[in-house]
Design a binder for this molecule. Structure first.
Ligand SMILES: Nc1ncnc2c1ncn2[C@@H]1O[C@H](COP(=O)(O)OP(=O)(O)OP(=O)(O)O)[C@@H](O)[C@H]1O
Ligand SMILES: [Mg+2]
Length: 338
C-alpha cells in the first residue's frame, strides 16, 4: 500500500546560545492510509518536535536542518519541508490536523469557538452549511446543547470539554492525517479514556491516519498498528504493535515494558539512570550508559536500524541477546499483558 506520509532522515535542532539541542536526530518512518502510528518514549526524546516538524510549526530557536517529509494526500506527493507557506496553510487543517496536549495554548481565547470552527471548515461552504456542520461536529464530539455553546469562549468550557472542542476544530477540515500529541494527559483518568475512545472511533469513521504520541503503553496496545520507540532523538525500535509486545528486541523497549506495574498504574516508570543531554550527545548509542546488555563497542559507535524482519527494525548491535527473553503477551488471552 502506498504510504500517506514518509518521514526521511529528519533532523530538528534547537539552537540556544552556544548549545545545539539535537531533538530529532535522523528519524525515518512511514504512515499508511487508515493506520495509527504510535510514538512512545520518555519525556524530552523528541516526540513533540517530530509532530511540529510534520505540521511545519518549528519556530526559532528551532530549525529543521535536514530531511524530507513526503506527503501524498489528494494532490500529488509533495515534500512538506519544501512547499510554499501558502500551500502549507492549505494543507494544515484540510489534510493534516493537530490535537495538542493543552487546548488553551492551541485555541484563541478571545474568539468564540463557532468562529474558530468556521475558519477550519471548507471556505466554499455557505454560512448556513457552516452553521449546520459546526453543530454536527460539536455533537459528534459530545458537546451538549451545541447551538448555545458554540457562541461561548474556550475558558467557559471544562478541561474535558475543551479537549472535545479542540478535536471538533481539528476534524472540521476533514483531514487525512491527525497528529495527536498526548491529547489527554492534562485530563483526569476517567475522562482520558473517554476522549481516547472518542478519537479512535472518529478516526475509524472518518478513515483518517493518525500519529499518536503517548506515554501509556496500554493505549499503544489498544490503538496503534505500528510503533516507534524513541530515545534521545533517535528511533530505537520500529515495528508493528504485536511484535512490540511479543518480542521487543531493544533493551530500552524491554525496560519500558518491564517497568509497567502489573496492577494499578499504567504510566511508564522510568528506567534507572537519566536520559542523556541532547546538547552534548555521546558518540555511541545514547542508551548505552543505562543499558544492561552493553559492550565496549556500544559507547563508541551508534548502531544503525537493523531489519530483523521487513516490519521490525531495531537500533542495537546486540538485539539477539534478547532473543530468549519472554515477551509481554498473555499466553491464555493472546493479548498484551499490561
Ligand atoms: N523551543 C525550544 N527551545 C529549546 N529546546 C527545545 C524547545 N522545544 C523543545 N526543546 C528540546 O527538544 C527536546 C525534545 O523536546 P520534545 O518537546 O520534542 O520532547 P517530547 O518527547 O515531546 O517530551 P514530552 O514527553 O515531555 O512532551 C528536549 O530536550 C527539549 O528540551
Ligand atoms: Mg511532547
Amino acid at each position: 500500500m502506498e504510504a500517506l506520509l514518509r518521514v526521511k532522515d529528519l533532523h530538528t535542532y534547537f539552537f540556544s546560545g552556544n548549545a545545539v539541542v539535537k531533538a530529532v536526530n535522523g528519524v525515518s518512518f512511514k504512515v499508511l492510509p487508515g493506520e495509527t502510528f504510535g510514538l512512545v518514549g520518555e519525556s524530552g526524546c523528541g516526540k513533540t518536535a517530530i509532530c511540529r516538524s510534520i505540521s511545519r510549526l518549528i519556530h526559532p530557536p528551532g530549525k529543521i536542518t535536514r530531511g524530507e517529509i513526503r506527503y501524498r494526500g489528494t494532490q500529488e506527493e509533495t515534500d512538506i519541508l519544501r512547499i510554499s507557506d501558502e500551500s502549507m496553510r492549505r494543507l494544515r487543517g484540510r489534510e493534516i490536523s493537530m490535537i495538542f496536549q493543552e487546548p488553551m495554548s492551541a485555541l484563541n481565547p478571545v474568539i468564540p469557538i463557532k468562529t474558530q470552527i468556521y475558519e477550519a471548515l471548507d471556505s466554499k461552504l455557505s454560512k448556513k452549511e457552516k452553521y449546520h456542520r459546526s453543530i454536527e461536529l460539536l455533537r459528534l464530539v459530545g458537546i451538549p446543547s451545541p447551538e448555545k455553546r458554540m457562541h461561548e469562549y474556550i475558558h467557559q468550557f471544562s478541561g474535558g470539554m475543551r479537549q472535545r472542542v479542540m478535536i471538533a476544530i481539528a476534524l472540521a477540515g476533514n483531514p487525512r492525517l491527525l497528529l495527536a500529541d498526548e491529547p489527554t494527559t492534562a485530563l483526569d483518568v476517567t475522562i482520558q479514556n473517554q476522549i481516547m475512545l472518542l478519537i479512535n472511533s472518529l478516526r475509524e469513521e472518518l478513515k483518517m491516519s493518525m500519529i499518536l504520541v503517548t506515554h501509556d503503553l496500554s493505549v499503544v496496545s489498544q490503538m496503534c498498528d505500528f510503533v516507534a520507540v524513541m530515545y534521545a532523538g533517535h528511533i530505537m525500535e520500529l515495528c508493528d504493535t504485536v511484535s512490540l509486545f511479543a518480542e521487543p528486541r531493544h533493551p530500552y523497549t524491554y525496560g519500558l515494558l518491564s517497568s509497567i506495574p502489573r496492577e494499578g498504574s499504567r504510566r511508564l516508570e522510568s528506567i534507572s539512570g537519566a536520559p542523556p543531554n541532547l546538547a552534548d550527545p555521546l558518540p555511541g548509542c545514547p542508551f548505552a550508559p543505562r543499558c544492561a546488555f552493553k559492550e565496549g563497542r556500544c559507547e563508541g559507535e551508534l548502531p544503525g536500524l537493523t531489519g530483523i524482519t521487513p516490519d521490525h527494525r531495531v537500533r542495537c548491535f546486540f538485539y539477539e541477546k534478547l532473543d530468549g527473553l519472554d515477551g509481554f503477551i498473555d499466553e491464555k488471552e493472546g493479548a498484551p499483558r499490561i
